[in-house]
Write a protein that binds this ligand. Structure first.
Ligand SMILES: [Zn+2]
Length: 323
């Protein structure tokens, strides 16, 4: 696994794509001028971003296989470049950004969105190390991924998702939130303004992968549909420390999903769980309240009883899984 820092190569990729690709130049310029508004949920911040270009992503029909896959080379514009990473992924500029630097990191192969293979989480941790200025994130196939048939991560430049700063504060993790810990770190569980969170913080990369694998297996254990547990996952590296923020999901979209009176065009995914809401509809951006955000978090995240069942499974899993 490569440990090389890819920051310089990614910066150069952005320079080339902003110069040579009109869609990228236009959409990053539009994002630069996008309106932002802040909501306060007690001790948590939510940032709203008016972003009309995200309409296609928020409203995507996930069962639509009539179009060519936009993560396969044949489905991509001629201008789209890639940096190959670890012989298995291509790092590309996301042409419909939420972040001023927004990457899509797709498998070179057209295979389904799933973290079931242990190499995926190891890859995610290594990617976060290769891109130390970014938060790498993963949307499960039924919780925000716009290409559920082609495995991919995304990455956004750090500093825009308030939750990543909030969970990094040890004050949020008193001892009673810890499920397990050792001298290298801990895994904890808490609810933050409707979001039920599992958080892994450790300076030991294999330990981070083991904690995640145990949580994933625990979620499978309480899951009735037999497929990958519904989840959003954010991962970043800060010095020697690895942070993994796992948000199990109960629902893909809230009941109010849609357009028109009383509706909201948002398909909550990792970025929204991180506290940044990209809203394509002007009226949604103008009128969304902190209470609505909290209600949607409560609706699409798991309840306490499910969390307790996951924790029970977690505490009985082997502490050293073969990875
Ligand atoms: Zn594909």
């Amino acid at each position: 696994m490569t440990a090389e820092d890819y920051s310089g190569r990614v910066d150069e990729l952005f320079e080339r794509q902003l110069r040579d690709w009109d869609t990228v130049r236009d959409n990053y310029a539009a994002l630069d001028g996008a309106c932002l508004r802040t909501l306060e949920l007690d001790d948590a911040l939510i940032v709203l971003q008016h972003n009309p270009e995200r309409r296609r992503s928020a409203a995507a029909r996930l069962d639509d296989t009539s179009q060519p896959c936009f993560l396969c080379r044949d489905g991509q514009p001629a201008e789209q470049e890639a940096i190959v990473w670890a012989d298995r992924y291509k790092i590309q500029v996301n042409p419909y950004p939420i972040f001023p630097r927004h990457l899509t990191i797709a498998s070179l192969d057209h295979v389904a969105q799933s973290l079931a293979s242990p190499t995926r989480i190891a890859d995610m941790l290594a990617l976060a190390r290769a891109l130390p200025q970014y938060v790498v994130f993963y949307n499960g196939a039924d919780c925000g991924a716009s290409a559920p048939h082609h495995f991919h991560f995304q990455a956004g430049i750090k500093g825009l998702m308030p939750l990543c700063d909030e969970v990094s504060d040890p004050v949020m993790w008193p001892y009673e939130t810890h499920l397990e810990g050792n001298r290298t770190g801990f895994v904890g569980c808490t609810r933050c303004q409707g979001r039920l969170l599992f958080y892994i913080h450790t300076n030991n990369e294999p330990q981070a992968a083991i904690y995640f694998a145990r949580l994933y297996i625990a979620m499978l254990g309480v899951n009735e549909h037999g497929r990958e547990p519904s989840l959003n996952l954010l991962c970043w590296v800060d010095g020697d420390d690895y942070h993994l923020l796992l948000v199990p999901r109960a629902k893909h979209r809230p009941a109010c999903f849609g357009t028109g009176r009383g509706k909201l065009l948002v398909s909550p995914a990792s970025v929204e769980m991180g506290g940044l809401w990209a809203l394509p509809v002007q009226d949604d951006y103008d009128t969304l309240t902190a209470q609505q955000v909290s209600d949607i978090y409560n609706e699409v995240c798991i309840d306490n009883a499910t969390a307790v069942a996951i924790i029970d499974h977690f505490l009985t899993t082997e502490k050293t899984l073969p990875l």
